[in-house]
Design a protein around this ligand. Structure first.
Ligand code: DGY
Length: 317
């Protein structure tokens, strides 16, 4: 055991348990969340770990990073790393990797599925059939998807993959991002409110974290208006959920498709009441193929760091 490099996991890798087994086999692994007294464990052994693996709810805040005296790298399972304090890590000379690109297709597929479900009311109609209501009357008519105006907030790797799919549905596309994206022909809107005013569906794919907290504000939701839909596959923190709930109650928005929530896995009870809201359990990257590819990329980052001192897919410091 002792000659294998020491690897600390903040918690169990619940999005992809096989990675944990793979890491356990290759490295001298320890799971911090298993400790009855993590602080005592860190005080005792915290300097022993040059690499930390984080995922989902088990991130790394500034305190944890500062307490791990021997830490040099963090390999995060996920493309979004809003639960890893990269600024604190950089300050300490700790590099961070994520799992970009390998999930673009599956997240974009799910995003389109959620868009279609939200606009065409698939889940609501499915409930209608199960309730036996078809025997009593007709289903509720919904809205057309093809040819509609899609606003994409955040035209990164995933946003562009969604745009490719949406183009196949003859959707007109514009986007919002802090700066125009080079080499893109879609029209850039300087403000999210402007984009929301224009579009029929607002697809949110920005990264999470303090910079985008409540970016989809009451004002943006109002700009969307009663005929338009909101779809969020990024982070729950990006949407002001209370403002969204108010708008849904007042019928000031046509509906919403949400794969992510501010306090997930807890979902606001009020959201459960709306038939025009589709609720998913943060599953956009959740296919066997993609989770395996993400796991392999985490493993490759850890292995590469131990062997060469370099990460394969570092995030910007
Ligand atoms: C990601 O990769 O960021 C997904 O949200 C899974 O955590």
């Amino acid at each position: 055991n002792t000659h294998r490099p020491a690897l600390l996991l903040t918690g169990h890798i619940t999005p992809h348990p096989p990675l944990e087994a793979q890491l356990m086999a290759a490295f001298d692994c320890h799971v911090l969340a298993d400790e009855a007294d993590p602080a005592a464990f860190i005080a005792r052994e915290g300097s022993r770990y040059p690499v930390l693996v984080t995922s989902g709810k088990n991130g790394a805040n500034a305190d944890l990073i500062a307490s791990l005296k021997g830490l040099k790298a963090i390999a995060h399972f996920g493309v979004g790393y809003d639960n890893v304090d990269v600024a604190a890590a950089s300050k300490q000379g700790v590099v961070v990797s994520n799992t970009p690109d390998v999930l673009n297709d599956c997240v974009a597929d799910l995003a389109m599925g959620l868009l279609i479900d939200t606009v065409r009311g698939l889940s609501a109609s499915e409930r209608f059939v199960r309730r036996g209501d078809w025997l009593k009357g007709n289903f509720r008519l919904t809205s057309r998807v093809s040819g509609k105006k899609l606003g994409i907030a955040g035209l990164g790797r995933i946003g562009r993959t969604i745009a490719k799919r949406a183009s196949g549905f003859d959707m007109a596309i514009r986007y919002y991002s802090r700066n125009p994206v080079a080499g893109v022909t879609f029209q850039h809107e300087k403000s999210l409110v402007e984009l929301a005013k224009w579009c029929d569906v607002l697809m949110v794919v920005v990264s999470g974290g303090p910079a985008t907290k409540h970016l989809v504000s009451a004002e943006v939701i109002e700009a969307l208006g009663p005929q338009s839909f909101l779809v969020n596959v990024s982070r729950g923190s990006v949407v002001d959920e209370e403002a969204l709930i108010r708008a849904l109650k007042d019928k000031q928005i046509a509906g919403a498709g949400l794969d992510v929530f501010a306090d997930e896995p807890r979902v606001p009870a009020a959201l459960m009441e709306f038939d025009n809201v589709v609720l998913l359990p943060h599953m956009a990257s959740g296919t066997h193929e993609t989770r395996k590819a993400m796991g392999d990329l985490v493993f490759a980052n850890v292995q590469s760091f131990f062997e060469t001192g370099k990460l394969v897919t570092p995030v910007p410091a």
